[in-house]
Design a protein around this ligand. Structure first.
Ligand code: UTP
Length: 313
């Protein structure tokens, strides 16, 4: 029988874990020497969007789990005295501000020695997290990057403040794509968009998927997840899957799913990455207008090519 074993005293969510130790094979060769989380959307590495979302959500301490390519991530969030001095001397104050924004954050780093899977990456955060609820944020998914909406991480924290339970972000995806995700079997809504979950299934067959509600890259977890991860055996892809551990956690305490209805950018995928670059670029104060003109001209050119092809046929 499921029980709510969270202590009566609610604990504030202060910590975030950002796993960035995957091999990033979909972006090879770009990711041979740098983590995919350092690939920029126009002028900002994806991991910086994630760190900004964490800070906007009230997170105070962030642990980044790094792999072999950790140096550029550490350097990105460290001060660069030579660069700052140079920008200061040249009076480039706007650029200096941008550079300084990435420092002075409570960031910590830990190494995942072998990329054994997302669950294993999260397990590396055990000592950092201690006995507190925390969030896991994946650089593969950027949320609402051009708007001013409440960050999804903040929504999960708001849910936790009411339920004191783990809550996983999910989103409706096209049915044919469900085999790329962890998927939930929902069992009724406790409030609008907050589901009880019967089962969490990693990468189900399209015919067997219990719903089209797929897990996306934001998780609010209670620290009991670590006890589960300690004994989690490899699952899909022979990796230690976080979804499998959440499914086991769900057997001993309540785990909810929060449906995200905003705009998600799948930057872990090549096409998604390019689409995100275009959308963010269109809103960018320096290049937005020119990029829009370029796209309009390009679209005309492409539709002319298409009509020529149709005439030939
Ligand atoms: P992905 O499943 O996207 O794997 O990981 P990946 O290796 O990074 O990318 P591809 O599929 O080979 O292109 C989801 C998240 O989990 C992290 C990744 O860095 C990414 O943020 N991760 C994955 C780890 O930190 N460690 C792992 O062992 C696996």
């Amino acid at each position: 029988m499921k029980q709510n074993i969270i202590p009566t005293k609610a604990r504030k969510v202060r910590k975030a874990v950002i796993p960035a130790a995957g091999l990033g094979t979909r972006f090879l060769p770009a990711t041979k020497a740098i983590a995919k989380e350092m690939l920029p959307i126009v002028d900002k590495p994806t991991i910086q969007f994630i760190v900004e979302e964490a800070l906007k959500s009230g997170i105070e301490d962030i642990l980044i789990v790094t792999g072999k390519a950790k140096r550029p991530i550490e350097d990105h969030f460290d001060s660069n005295i030579e660069l700052e001095q140079n920008l200061l001397e040249k009076g480039k104050t706007e650029l200096l501000k941008l550079v300084e924004e990435t420092t002075d954050i409570n960031l910590h780093f830990i190494r995942q020695s072998h990329p054994k899977g997302l669950g294993h990456a999260v397990l590396q955060a055990k000592a950092f997290v201690g006995n507190e609820p925390f969030v896991v944020m994946l650089g593969d998914d950027l949320m609402n990057i051009t708007g001013n909406e409440t960050p999804l991480t903040k929504d999960l924290i708001n849910d936790y403040e009411k339920t004191h339970a783990s809550t996983i972000a999910v989103m409706k995806v096209p049915h044919d794509d469900v085999d790329k995700y962890g998927v939930i079997d929902p069992n009724g809504e406790v409030s609008k968009g907050l589901y009880n979950v019967e089962r969490f299934v990693e990468k189900p067959n399209v015919d067997e998927a219990p719903s089209d509600l797929a897990i996306i890259g934001r998780y609010l977890l209670t620290p009991e997840i670590f006890d589960v991860l300690e004994t989690q055996v490899p699952g899909a892809g022979n990796e230690i899957q976080l979804t499998d551990a959440i499914e086991r956690l769900n057997k001993t305490q309540r785990v909810f799913a929060h449906e995200f209805t905003g705009k998600r950018y799948d930057v872990g995928d090549k096409l998604g990455f390019v689409e995100t670059t275009i959308e963010y670029g269109l809103e960018h104060p320096q290049i937005g207008a020119n990029l829009k003109n370029y796209i309009i001209e390009k679209a005309k050119e492409l539709s002319q090519d298409d009509s020529k092809n149709i005439t030939k046929k």
